[in-house]
Design a protein around this ligand. Structure first.
Ligand code: UD1
Length: 424
C-alpha cells in the first residue's frame, strides 16, 4: 500500500505533456481481439487500467508486448474465450470484451465488471443489445455465459441513454456482424471517435461517430493497420493538471491536450479567474490571487461538462470567493471526495445530485483516503493548494488513470512524494 505525501502552498511552473487517454486505450485494446496480425499502438498511458486490459488479452492467448508508451498486440492465435472474475473485477471497461469476443469467437464467459464505486453501474443495456444481435446470454451466480450460435446479426439499437460503454460494446459486436447496425442516441465522446478511427484503420465500415447516430456495415474480417495507431490525449488528465495549477497557483503549459475536447471545462477555469490561452493543441494557465465562484456546473454527456471532471474542478472552487453549485446527473454516488475536502476545511453541503460549495479562504493539509479515481485526483489538487502537509492513501485508485502523477507534478515544482504506507 502506498500514499502520496504532499506539502501544499508551492506554485507550479513549467510544462506538462498530456498522457494518452485511459478511456480511449481500453476499448482499442478490446478491439484488438477482432484483428488479424499485429496491432501497434502509440501514446498508450502507463496506467494500471491499461496493464489490466493487457493482462486480459494475454489470458485470452494474445501476444502482448509493452515498451513505455508503445504496445503491440497480436490476437491472431487467440486460445481462450473466458475472462476470469479476478481479471474482470479490475475495472469497469472489462465488460466491452463481451462484444469483441462474441464478434470474434461467437462465445465468451465473463463476470460482472469492477471499477470505481460511483453508485449502481448496471450493464443491462450491454446485455440487451447483445441479445438483440443474436446473442444468447445467461447469468449464473455472477458468471455471464454468452454465445451466438448463428453469428451476430446487425440491427437497430435505440439507446435509452447514450452510454459510453454500451455504445462501444455494440460497435465492437457490430463491426464483423452480418449486415448493418444502427445505434441511435449513441454516445458522442471523443473516445468513441478514437475507437471508430481505430476500427476503420483495421478495415471496418463505420460512419456517424461523434454524432448521435452511428452506422456500421459488418465486414468479414479486420486486419491490423500497417502504421502504428495513436491514442488521443486524455482530456480528464489535462483538466486535472489545469486544476492543480488553479489550486496551487503559478503558470503551466499543458501540451498536446486536444483543447477542443475541453470546451465545457475551460470556461469554468476562466469564470473562476484563471487566465487561459489556447495555442494550437496546448493550453496555458495562469492563476494568481483568490479564485471566484463559477456558474452552476451540471455534469452531462459529451459535449456537456464531464462527470469525470466534477470532483477535479470542485477542488479549486473550495477556496473561491462565493458559492458554486454542482449538479451530478450521470452517477448516483459521485460526491465521496467531499468528506475529505471538508476535513481540509472546505464548506460543502452535498445531498443527492447537488453539492453546494461555499468558498473558504484556505484549505489545510489532512490525512485522507482516495475514495475513487477522480475523487483521489481531486484530493491531490486540493492538497497542492492547502496549507501544510497532506497524506493521501488509496493511491492504487489514482494509478488507475494517471501516469506517475508524482513525477509529473514534481517536475512542475510541486512538493509531492510517494511513500510506502506503514502497517499499524
Ligand atoms: C464511461 C467512462 C467513465 C465515465 C462515464 C460517463 C470508460 C472506461 N469509462 O463509463 O470514465 O465516467 O463513461 O462519461 O470509458 N448505465 C445503465 N445501464 C447500462 C450502462 C450504463 O444504467 O447498461 C448508466 C450508468 O449506471 C450511468 C450512466 O448510464 O449512470 C452512464 O454510464 P456509461 O456512459 O455507460 O459509463 P461507462 O461506460 O461505465
Amino acid at each position: 500500500m502506498q500514499k502520496l505525501v504532499i506539502e501544499g502552498g508551492t506554485p507550479l511552473f513549467g510544462e506538462i505533456m498530456t498522457q494518452g487517454a485511459k478511456n480511449a486505450v481500453l476499448p482499442v485494446l478490446a478491439a484488438c481481439v477482432l484483428c488479424e496480425g499485429t496491432v501497434h499502438l502509440k501514446n498508450c498511458p502507463c496506467i494500471s487500467d491499461r496493464y489490466a486490459s493487457a493482462r486480459i488479452l494475454s489470458a485470452l492467448g494474445a501476444k502482448v508486448k509493452t515498451e513505455g508508451n508503445s504496445l503491440t498486440a497480436d490476437c491472431t492465435g487467440l486460445s481462450s474465450d473466458e475472462i476470469s472474475c479476478y481479471l474482470m473485477k479490475a475495472m469497469r471497461s472489462s465488460i466491452i470484451f463481451m462484444g469483441a469476443l462474441l464478434g470474434r469467437t461467437g462465445k465468451c464467459t465473463l463476470c460482472y465488471p469492477g471499477g470505481c464505486n460511483l453508485g449502481p453501474r448496471p450493464i443491462d443495456m450491454h446485455i440487451s443489445a447483445m441479445r438483440k444481435m443474436g446473442g444468447i446470454i445467461s447469468d449464473e451466480h455472477g458468471v455471464i455465459s454468452c454465445s451466438a450460435p448463428d453469428g451476430l446479426k446487425g440491427c437497430r439499437h435505440s439507446l435509452s441513454f447514450p452510454s459510453v460503454g454500451a455504445t462501444e460494446n455494440i460497435m465492437l459486436a457490430a463491426v464483423c456482424a452480418e449486415g448493418e447496425t444502427i445505434i441511435s442516441n449513441a454516445a458522442r465522446e471523443p473516445e468513441i471517435c478514437c475507437l471508430a478511427d481505430f476500427l476503420r484503420a483495421c478495415g471496418a465500415k463505420i460512419s456517424g461517430d461523434g454524432g448521435g447516430r452511428i452506422a456500421i456495415e459488418g465486414v468479414k474480417k479486420l486486419t491490423a493497420p500497417d502504421e502504428a495507431f495513436e491514442i488521443i490525449p486524455d482530456r480528464i488528465a489535462a483538466a486535472t493538471y489545469l486544476s492543480c495549477a488553479a489550486c496551487a497557483g503559478g503558470e503551466l503549459l499543458i501540451r498536446d491536450c486536444a483543447p477542443a475536447h475541453l470546451e465545457a471545462v475551460l470556461p469554468v477555469f476562466e469564470q473562476a479567474g484563471c487566465r487561459l490561452k489556447v495555442f494550437g493543441s496546448n493550453i496555458y494557465i495562469y492563476r494568481k490571487g483568490r479564485l471566484r465562484a463559477a456558474d452552476t456546473i451540471r455534469t452531462m454527456v459529451y459535449p456537456g461538462f464531464p462527470t469525470d471532471a466534477q470532483a477535479i474542478l470542485m477542488a479549486p472552487l473550495c477556496t473561491a470567493e462565493g458559492t458554486t453549485v454542482f449538479v451530478e446527473n450521470i452517477f448516483e454516488n459521485r460526491y465521496r471526495h467531499t468528506d475529505a475536502l471538508c476535513r481540509m476545511g472546505a464548506d460543502i453541503k452535498a445531498e443527492g445530485k447537488v453539492a453546494v460549495v461555499t468558498g473558504v479562504p484556505r484549505l489545510y493539509g489532512t490525512v485522507a483516503e482516495a475514495p475513487d479515481l477522480r475523487g483521489g485526483a481531486a484530493l491531490v489538487c486540493a492538497a497542492l493548494g492547502a496549507e501544510g502537509i497532506s497524506e493521501i492513501s488509496g493511491v492504487n485508485y489514482i494509478d488507475r488513470g494517471y501516469e506517475e502523477i508524482e513525477r509529473v507534478l514534481t517536475a512542475a515544482g510541486a512538493k509531492i512524494r510517494r511513500e510506502a504506507e506503514k502497517l499499524p
